[in-house]
Design a protein around this ligand. Structure first.
Ligand code: NAP
Ligand code: MN
Length: 259
C-alpha cells in the first residue's frame, strides 16, 4: 500500500505515537493522503477507530488498522509498545482483510427516507418520557415496547453499548442483529420480551411510533432528533468495513483485556 492516513485521539501520547508512524511512513516514501487513502491507521481506542470509520467509510476499498494506547481493544490489534511492529507490518507485509457489515437505519419522514450507517449500533432513546415503540420483525408485529428505548447492534458492537444493557457478547464469525431493551417497563400494565433477541443478519427490524417527540436516534457517536419521524427500519447494510489483519489476535484475549 502506498497512500496512508493516520487518525489520532486528542491526547499527547496518541499524538506522539501517530507522529512516529507518520514519520516512518514518509521516510519510506509512502504518502499521507487525507482524501483517498488506501489504509487508515488509528491511534487511540475503539472510539478512535469508530470515528475513523465514519470519516472514511465512503471509500469502499479503504482498509483500517488500529493501535490502542490504553489496553487491547476490539477493533485494535496493536498495543502502544508495539508501534515498531505495526510500522514494520505496514511497510513489509500483506494483511488478511476481515470485513464486517455496517448496520443501516432507514428513517421515514413524510415522503423522504434518510439512511444512516453504524459499525457498533443504532439505538432509539427517549430519556424525557416513556417511549412507545411498535416492534416489527420482518414486517410481523412482535411487541409494543415501552421504556427508554431499543438498541440494535451487530457482532462488532456487541461488546459496546449492547453489553452495558445486558446484551450478549457475540463472537466473530456469527453475523447477527441483536435487539436489546433500554430500561423497558415490565409490570401488570405493560410487557415486552425483555430478553435480548438475536436475529439472522438478513432480518428487518422496523420500529414505529405515533409519537417520537423528544426521542433521538444514535448511531455510534452520532445523534439525530426523531421528533416528527414515524418509522425507522434497521437492517444489515450491504456496505462493509475492511479491517487489515497482519497477525491473528485472540478474541478471548480481547475479552480478558476488557475489564
Ligand atoms: P467513546 O468514549 O468513544 O466510547 C465509549 C466506550 O466504548 C470507550 O471505552 C470505547 O473504548 C468503548 N467501545 C467503543 N466501541 C466498542 C466496541 N465495539 N467494543 C467494546 N468497547 C467499545 O464514546 P462515544 O464516542 O460517545 O461513542 C461511541 C461508542 O461508545 C458507541 O457506539 C457506544 O457503543 C459506546 N458507548 C457505550 C456506552 C455504554 O457502554 N454505556 C455509552 C455511550 C457510548 P475505547 O476506550 O477503547 O475507545
Ligand atoms: Mn468517541
Amino acid at each position: 500500500m502506498q497512500r496512508f492516513y493516520i487518525v489520532e485521539k486528542e491526547d499527547l501520547g496518541s499524538r506522539e505515537l501517530g507522529q512516529k508512524i507518520r514519520t516512518a511512513l514518509i521516510s519510506h516514501h509512502k504518502e499521507i493522503d487525507e482524501n483517498n487513502p488506501q489504509c487508515v491507521v488509528t491511534v487511540g481506542g475503539d472510539g478512535t477507530f469508530l470515528h475513523a470509520v465514519h470519516k472514511f467509510k465512503h471509500i469502499s476499498e479503504v482498509v483500517f488498522v488500529g493501535l490502542h494506547t490504553g489496553t487491547l481493544g476490539f477493533f485494535t490489534n496493536y498495543e502502544k509498545d508495539e508501534v515498531d511492529t505495526l510500522i514494520d507490518h505496514l511497510l513489509n507485509q500483506t494483511p488478511v482483510i476481515e470485513s464486517t457489515h455496517l448496520i443501516e437505519a432507514r428513517i421515514t419522514h413524510e415522503q423522504t427516507v434518510t439512511i444512516l450507517e453504524a459499525l457498533n449500533e443504532v439505538r432509539i432513546e427517549n430519556i424525557v418520557r416513556t417511549q412507545e415503540i411498535q416492534v416489527y420483525i420482518n414486517q410481523e408485529l412482535m411487541e409494543i415496547f415501552r421504556g427508554n428505548g431499543l438498541c440494535v447492534s451487530g457482532q462488532a458492537g456487541s461488546t459496546a453499548y449492547n453489553r452495558s444493557i445486558g446484551g450478549a457478547i457475540i463472537v466473530p464469525g456469527i453475523d447477527v442483529l441483536q435487539l436489546t431493551e433500554i430500561s423497558g417497563i415490565h409490570n401488570k400494565a405493560y410487557q415486552s420480551i425483555r430478553s435480548p433477541l438475536v436475529l439472522p443478519k438478513d432480518t428487518s427490524i422496523t420500529l414505529i411510533s405515533d409519537n417520537f417527540k423528544g426521542a433521538k436516534i444514535l448511531y455510534d457517536h452520532h445523534v439525530l432528533d426523531l421528533d416528527d419521524v414515524s418509522k425507522v427500519e434497521i437492517i444489515t447494510s450491504t456496505k462493509k468495513v475492511n479491517m487489515a489483519r497482519y497477525r491473528p489476535t485472540s478474541y478471548i484475549k480481547r475479552l480478558h483485556c476488557l475489564f
